[in-house]
Design a protein around this ligand. Structure first.
Ligand SMILES: Cc1ncc(COP(=O)(O)O)c(C=O)c1O
Length: 380
């Protein structure tokens, strides 16, 4: 009977009001009800992307938004530069390699922040880069990249070069300003800080990117973003959308507006700070330095046996699910998601459970230590 706690970096818990909205009953996607729903959604979703431009909604997972950004903004034979700092930078790389592009990769060691000066030199050594692709938050390592500084660098390199940002584990959990950050295209998915089930992908583009997309000769059909923007003019979608998810999205956006968007971002930062303080108090080493620590996901290290024990005990004894590492970080880290419908009290819950697990496992007294550190970080 005890409610379970899902603290993974996606999918994330759904607020009951959103579940309720999603079960309101089906409406036709060509009906006036749907048109007014889309109109509402459009006006309230833009602040989360930090833009006044329309945000296209696709019925597909986050990866489709990554692919959409690339196939609409880059022509065959053109050069792209991809920042690869984890599993999702790798995803951009795999997408790029599936198309006839010239692909340049800037590798960042997993778990480390991007060195902006080094990146500047790397970019300067490449010619005719048409677009630079980066994660805002690399979910697999819990690193955030310096998006604002990157955006400026890209535009210093060339005003013609587009800056494309994967905000899948960031939009809704951290502030964006597409203009100030020089982002031409920002994408995300529904199942992270947008507090929805998986199934929607979002693509925001400024006018420069829209123009590039409408002139692009690369063959594409479902992922042709022009179709979505054209349909948005009539508050519609080109294909049958996931109507219930959009009904839920409307509710998500009113919940975020009720809380206040700045407060939502502050809450995410507060959860990060609490968790980092608490984990340190448990003698757990954080994977990422403070300067690059994500407001939406936190990774910590330990030996493989201890990590496996922690993950199992959290799930089986405390009803809390967290995530393991991906690819070569498997068995080396655990990741705790703190985005969307998650709150400071959830951080206290997971830290209290970790105190109990580690006190027993290490035969050491941890009771109260992580909680005190987290509460100091939150209240002081
Ligand atoms: C940063 C980032 N990009 C892309 C994706 C891929 O999204 P999806 O699994 O919805 O296709 C994820 C999913 O975890 C992600 O965290």
């Amino acid at each position: 009977m005890e409610p379970k706690l899902l603290l993974t970096p996606g999918p994330t818990p759904i607020p009951p009001q959103v579940t309720h909205a999603m079960s309101a009953g089906m409406i036709g996607h060509r009906s006036s009800d749907f048109t007014s729903l889309m109109e509402n959604v459009q006006s309230s979703i833009r602040p989360l992307f930090g833009t006044d431009h329309p945000v296209a909604i696709l019925t597909s997972s986050g990866t489709s938004a990554l692919e959409t950004s690339m196939v609409n903004l880059v022509e065959p034979e053109e050069a792209v530069l991809i920042i690869v700092s984890g599993a999702f930078g790798d995803r951009f790389r795999s997408i790029a390699k599936s198309y006839p592009y010239e692909v340049h990769i800037y590798e960042v060691p997993w778990g480390e922040g991007l060195d902006i000066e080094d990146f500047k030199d790397f970019l300067a050594s490449k010619q005719n880069i048409k677009a630079v692709f980066s994660q805002a938050c690399e979910t697999s390592t819990a690193v955030v990249h310096p998006i604002n500084a990157l955006g400026k660098l890209v535009k210093d390199y060339s005003e013609e070069t587009l800056f494309v940002v994967d905000g899948v584990s960031a939009v809704g959990g951290m502030k964006f300003d597409m203009k100030a950050d020089a982002i031409d295209c920002l994408v995300t998915g529904s199942q992270k800080a947008l507090m929805l089930p998986p199934g929607l992908a979002f693509v925001a583009m400024n006018n420069t990117a829209r123009k590039r997309a409408s002139n692009n000769k690369l063959p594409r059909f479902y992922l042709d973003i022009n179709k979505y923007f054209d349909a948005l003019e009539d508050h519609s979608t080109p294909f049958t959308p996931a109507v219930s998810l959009i009904q839920g999205l409307d509710q998500v956006l009113s919940l975020y507006n009720e809380e206040g968007i700045e407060k939502v971002f502050d809450r995410h930062l507060a959860m990060r700070n609490m968790l980092r303080a608490g984990l340190k108090a448990l003698d757990l080493e954080l994977l990422v330095e403070d300067a690059y620590a994500s407001p939406t996901v936190t990774a910590f290290k330990s030996d493989e046996n201890e990590l496996s024990h922690i993950k199992d005990a959290l799930k089986n004894k405390h009803g809390i699910t967290i995530a393991g590492g991906q690819k070569h970080l498997k068995g080396r880290i655990l990741r705790i998601g703190h985005m969307g419908y998650m709150f400071p009290k959830d951080m206290l819950t997971v830290l209290a459970a970790l105190e109990a697990i580690l006190s027993k496992h290490r035969n050491k007294q941890y009771y109260g230590k992580a909680l005190a550190a987290a509460q100091e970080a939150y209240y002081e």
